[in-house]
Design a protein around this ligand. Structure first.
Ligand SMILES: *Cc1c(COP(=O)(O)O)cnc(C)c1O
Ligand SMILES: [Zn+2]
Length: 435
């Protein structure tokens, strides 16, 4: 059911329930399908013929808007909707020549989402949340988060002085909690898991009428995240990559990438949709297990999630339907990597490319190494690794990662003799490694 004329959302053809397929007008439902409760996640449907009349690849060539809003006609917002001033999107797509050479690959690119204003890809979704909440005139926006979605919402709200209430597990890395407090959010540290925080946040939003940004509940978050896929294609000259690797917790990012690539495919701007490879941590491998064992994710019970990669720790991935569709419909795969592999990937990626990732960001690179070993990715393919979050988000894990590979700093006395002693050690180490 299309949006009403004059609403400014004529390009939004409807919101379709992933379970029953019913379609609603955007003004008819707020978040989920009324027939399916919290499980009835909605997918935004577009009128691509109308969108094609409003934006072309040529327009983008001349666009000077180097942010996610350059794709505004492809987003579920009005053409004149005010957007937050904090610059989100258009992150670098780095050609990783050195890593590619080491791995024997023809083409490897890293999309560096650590360069977002609050340090993770979540800024793309939170930016949309702020626009939609203001459209509704909401007093308060709320979200549950493992940390990054909250930091993103906190930063974007601060940029427009919007009140917000955040639910995060008490175990979230201190840097992420610091971001929330610095941005002035009201913060509830939940003595429990992300899954517990999520349930509490839903209840609070219902009780107090707060605008709800929760992933895989608010249908518009996928639409913000899809802009990463739009950028990847534009940055590669509209030659879509063969394969994209991304870490997966709730599954909203991988679902968003799928959506972005499908949008471009429907518009005829790309002629293939990349295979999507979802990388999960061994201790939080709900979707990997379901994919390997062909389990139905509508009925598979939650697992107990534990991993060093806090951003992908999810016992019940909230966007599991979209994530499974992203992998299955693109002939992709799920891959599972251990915490050791994730930690090892932090310095490996940083030393080979200069990109410092938090554990969940490095997990995608760990996944690439495994996919190459398993033959799931070929050396002659055009490969994109989506690095979802900045390494400074979790310094403790970064320090563990370098300990694991035996890198340490040298403490010196404040004398040049002591410097000489250490430099001699460097030189000896260099000689012994070169023989
Ligand atoms: C949220 C997040 C992910 C996982 O995204 P999902 O949508 O939960 O699958 C991966 N990496 C980082 C850094 C994140 O913040
Ligand atoms: Zn439904």
């Amino acid at each position: 059911m299309p949006s009403q004329p004059g609403s400014g959302l004529e390009h939004v053809a409807g919101l379709r329930c992933l379970i029953c397929g019913r379609e609603y007008r955007p003004d008819e439902v707020e978040y989920v399908c009324p027939h399916h409760g919290n499980e009835g996640i909605l997918d935004v449907q577009y009128d691509y013929a109308l969108i094609a009349r409003r934006i072309s690849q040529g327009d983008l060539l001349h666009s000077t808007d180097y942010s996610m809003w350059r794709y505004r006609p492809l987003l579920p917002i009005r053409a004149d909707a005010p957007v937050p001033p904090l610059l989100v999107g258009w992150t670098p797509l780095v050609r990783a020549h050195q890593l590619a050479a080491e791995l024997g690959l023809k083409g490897l690119w890293i999309k560096d989402e650590g360069r977002q204003p609050t340090g993770s890809l979540k800024d793309r979704a939170s930016a949309i949340a702020v626009v939609k909440a203001r459209e509704k005139g909401a007093d308060v926006i709320t979200t549950a988060s493992t940390g990054n979605a909250a930091a993103a919402l906190a930063g974007l709200c601060a940029s427009v002085r919007q009140r917000n209430v955040i639910f995060v597990p008490q175990s979230a890395p201190p840097a992420k909690i610091a971001q929330l407090l610095v941005f002035g959010s009201q913060v509830l540290l939940v003595r429990g898991s992300y899954d517990d925080a999520f349930e509490l946040c839903l209840l609070a939003a219902q009780e107090y009428g707060w605008y709800n940004r929760n992933t895989a509940y608010n249908p518009y978050m996928t639409e913000g995240k899809k802009t990463a896929a739009l950028e990847i294609c534009e940055q590669m000259g509209w030659q879509a990559p063969d394969v994209v690797l991304v870490s997966v917790g709730d599954g909203c990012i991988i679902g968003g990438l799928h959506k972005g690539f499908r949008d471009l495919y429907h518009l005829g701007w790309i002629d293939q949709i990349p295979r999507l490879i979802g990388v999960q941590a061994a201790g939080s491998a709900y979707l990997y297990d379901a994919w390997v064992n062909r389990e139905d994710v509508r009925t598979k019970p939650p697992i107990e999630a534990h991993t060093v990669a806090d951003s992908i720790s999810a016992g019940l991935p909230r966007d599991r339907l979209k994530a499974m569709a992203a992998v299955c419909e693109t002939n992709g795969a799920f891959i599972c990597v251990s915490d050791e592999e994730i930690l090892a990937a932090i310095p490996a990626l940083a030393r080979g490319s200069g990109v410092f990732a938090e554990p969940a960001g490095a997990a995608a690179y760990a996944g690439l190494l495994k996919a190459l070993r398993n033959g799931q990715v070929r050396a002659d393919e055009r490969i994109v690794v989506l690095v979802t979050g900045n390494g400074l988000k979790d310094v403790q894990s970064a320090m563990r990662s370098v300990e694991q590979v035996g890198t340490r700093a040298h403490v010196v006395e404040k004398t040049f003799e002591d410097v000489r002693r250490v430099v001699q050690q460097f030189n000896r180490a260099k000689e012994s490694s070169s023989v």
